[in-house]
Design a protein around this ligand. Structure first.
Ligand SMILES: [Fe+2]
Ligand SMILES: [Fe+2]
Length: 288
């Protein structure tokens, strides 16, 4: 079976997660700047659970808006369409995919912790470099590994084979999956994001988070997610590690050397924000 066949098989799975229809609708409306604010807030308010979650998110310490946002209309006006869209996508993706999966090598909490760490790091890299928007980068980081959930949940036998290769050969996941899975987690995640009608840049960033290429249509955005994943993977394992810059794509090397004189310090400074992302998005996994 090749990648295309595998992805077709994925399309035939009936209970493949889909985002709630309100999220799809908002996602479409919020990409059009001509959509009236009133229309957007009406749709959000129709769904009380979503409305509450958005208000909770924008008022959380994690979001860092100074004055209190009391209603959806103000949230939409204050934050803008893009931030609202990303907030909705973040909240609903975690909810949609958070079913407990019991599988050796896959721990849903660890998975989301990694994803959130990459999300916060991507957001910080965007704020520092002014590449793309911090909100887009947060979602890119949050979703970059989403294909792993799909592998674990719908193709557990494939996931188990990858996990075994990873353990026996001590290679990272994206290398271990070569030859074990007809499609890598990056291709699977991108396929899903496209099905969810998420923006093309996001689909590309997911698809190429391990294989950055400067000729991508959204190369800068992809580079942010690529570098964020690299920083998290390196410094989460060992805060004192030295990243082997020579092994990186020249653009990633330039990015790290040019914008982050001390990448380890940059990442360490994000610890508090990463913790607050955990307690907002994964309340049951953190104590207190
Ligand atoms: Fe990955
Ligand atoms: Fe990752």
């Amino acid at each position: 079976m090749d990648e295309a066949e595998f992805l077709k098989r994925l399309d035939r799975i009936r209970d493949i997660p889909t985002l709630p229809s309100i999220v799809l609708e908002l996602n479409r409306l919020l990409q059009d700047p001509e959509t009236p604010v009133a229309r957007v807030s009406q749709i959000i308010e129709r769904d009380q659970a979503t409305a509450l979650k958005i208000l909770k998110l924008v008022n959380s310490a994690f979001y860092g808006v100074r004055s209190k946002v009391a209603d959806i209309r103000s949230a939409v006006i204050m934050l803008g369409f893009n931030a609202v869209r990303n907030a909705i996508v973040s909240v609903s993706v975690i909810e949609t995919l958070s079913r407990r999966i019991r599988l050796e090598g896959f721990d849903a909490t660890d998975f989301w912790k990694h994803s959130l760490a990459v999300a916060v790091t991507s957001k910080a890299l965007s704020a520092r470099t002014r590449i793309n928007s911090p909100d887009n980068c947060f979602v890119g980081g949050l979703l970059h590994d989403v294909g792993k959930v799909i592998l674990a949940q719908y193709f557990p036998e494939v996931f188990a084979a990858v996990w075994q290769a990873l353990r026996e050969e001590g290679r990272p996941f994206h290398e271990a999956e070569r030859g074990k899975s007809p499609a890598g987690h990056a291709a699977i995640g991108a396929h899903l994001a496209a099905r969810w009608q998420l923006p093309q840049g996001l689909v590309e960033a997911i698809r190429f988070h391990h294989d950055y290429r400067p000729d991508l249509a959204n190369a800068e955005f992809c580079l942010v997610i690529h570098v964020a994943n690299l920083l998290v993977n390196s410094y989460d394992r060992n805060p004192d590690c030295v990243i082997d810059l020579a092994a990186l794509h020249p653009d990633a090397r330039k990015f790290i050397m040019g914008t982050l004189q001390r990448a380890g310090d940059f990442y360490a400074a994000l610890a508090e924000e990463i913790e607050s992302a955990y307690s907002f998005f994964l309340p049951s996994s953190t104590s207190g």
